[in-house]
Design a protein around this ligand. Structure first.
Ligand SMILES: CC(C)(COP(=O)(O)OP(=O)(O)OC[C@H]1O[C@@H](n2cnc3c(N)ncnc32)[C@H](O)[C@@H]1OP(=O)(O)O)[C@@H](O)C(=O)NCCC(=O)NCCS
Length: 191
């Protein structure tokens, strides 16, 4: 989880109130990436509506930030109730930052969070021709079966451990410290 990210970027969870940044990131995706992210053509309005729902207890979005701008995201959404063991995950990286390990970093954190929430089955709706997403999923210790263009992975191991909960909490604490530092640096930057 400590591999360097491109352009000195950082990964952290999005906070309540950052759904606009998520919408703007999704709207910046080039047409091919947008098509792959949503498994088909979607309008700007649909994207805006979707981003607005990315808050609340059942949704966790990890973001990849460069200079304070969201350039990549992984969305984990529980299916059904908060106690459900099923969730879906979706990934989006803006083109210049693709193929630089950002998706791997985001998936790694998403799997940690999924485990800590007791999620046993993780669905990734992904077009059959999306080799890169499938390669990415295969890199992790999950077992995947392919079915009509969608990928369903069993998160392994399905139970959280004290260590996995601590790893997630530690990453969150670092992210908060990093954010405070970022805000302070901007405040004291000479004009
Ligand atoms: C799919 C996506 C999330 C992958 O993220 P990424 O940051 O580009 O991927 P990574 O750099 O972490 O690479 C992951 C693996 O994909 C494979 N890969 C990377 N670049 C590739 C390329 N250009 N062609 C084929 N496979 C590639 C490699 O196996 C790589 O693992 P490795 O570097 O250890 O060999 C990202 O490209 C993206 O957002 N694409 C558009 C939207 C999308 O397809 N979303 C998925 C639907 S949910």
């Amino acid at each position: 989880m400590n591999e360097p990210l491109p352009d000195g970027g950082m990964v952290r969870k999005l906070w309540i109130g950052e759904t606009d940044a998520y919408r703007d990131h999704l709207l910046r995706l080039d047409s091919e990436s947008r098509h792959r992210r949503f498994s088909g053509a979607v309008s700007d309005e649909t994207i805006a509506r979707h981003a607005a729902t990315a808050k609340g207890l059942g949704v966790v979005v990890y973001g990849f930030f460069v200079d304070g701008v969201l350039r990549g995201a992984a969305e984990l959404r529980q299916i059904g109730s908060l106690f459900s063991h099923e969730a879906e995950a979706a990934f989006s990286i803006e083109k210049p930052w693709q193929s630089h390990g950002v998706g791997s970093a985001l998936l790694e954190r998403t799997l940690l969070t999924a485990r800590n929430r007791g999620i046993k089955s993780l669905r990734m709706d992904c077009l059959a021709e999306n080799q890169r997403m499938q390669q990415l999923a295969r890199k992790f210790d999950a077992e995947f079966s392919f079915d009509f263009g969608s990928v369903v992975g069993e998160v392994d191991p399905p139970r959280s451990t004290l260590l996995s909960v601590m790893r997630e909490a530690s990453a969150d604490t670092h992210a908060i410290a990093g954010r405070i530092f970022e805000v302070q640096s901007r405040l004291f930057r000479p004009t």
